[in-house]
Every structure is written in C-alpha cells, then in structure tokens.
Design a protein around this ligand. Structure first.
Ligand code: ZN
Length: 119
C-alpha cells in the first residue's frame, strides 16, 4: 500500500464538552484523541464504503486486518474469547466487529465440514 502514511490535517470546531469526553475516553484507552476520532469516523463511514477491510494474516488468536479507510494494518487479538483491537484498544470498534464476523464464518465452515464427516 503506497499511500499508507498519507494523512491530512483537518481542523474541526467541536463543542468543548464533546472534546472533553473524547479526551477522557482516549486517555482511558491509552490512545491518542486523533486515533479515537479517526476510528469512530471510519466506523461510521464504513456503511457507505465497499470492502473497508481485508484480512491480512490470520493465526489462531491474532488477525491482521487491512483497514483501507484508515490506511493501516490493524492487529486484533482474541482476549477472553472476544476480538480485541490493539489499534483502538477496544472490543467494540469496526475492526473487532469485522474479526468477530470472520471467526463466526470460519466456525460455520468448520461445523459444516464436521457435519459432512458425520455422514
Ligand atoms: Zn479498532
């Protein structure tokens, strides 16, 4: 991906209360405010974009996901049985949701293979 590090500076005038909230969440997660906002916006825009994600690497408890909107490769690990995004430090971001979908698809394939073997 040649445009991987392409970033733009965007100025936004936002309500102070909203920014305070975002800052608190970002601090709690241990990520920067800009990363939190980019992730939230990408999750929102996702519904208007075709194929935002692409699996990059898949191991038992660790999936690398190419996020074409953010221009990043994001690592999602399985923590206590749930996908956890290292990039957003979140169980609920678009990356975690995507990996959850990937795994349930995989599980269904495995179950179907097992059912075939049972015949
Ligand atoms: Zn994420």
């Amino acid at each position: 991906m040649g445009r991987k590090s392409e970033k733009m500076l965007v100025k936004l005038r936002l309500p102070r209360k909203l920014v305070d909230r975002l800052d608190r969440i970002a601090r709690e997660r241990g990520i920067r405010r800009s990363r939190l906002i980019a992730s939230l916006l990408a999750d929102w825009v996702e519904y208007y974009v075709e194929d935002r994600f692409e699996p990059f690497s898949m191991r038992l408890d660790r999936v690398g996901v190419i996020d074409k909107l953010l221009g990043e490769i994001v690592v999602v690990r399985i923590v206590r049985g749930e996908p956890y995004c290292d990039y957003c430090k979140s169980f609920t971001c678009g990356h975690a949701r995507y990996v959850k979908k990937l795994y349930s698809r995989k599980r269904r394939e495995i179950l179907m293979e097992e059912a075939d073997l049972g015949d």
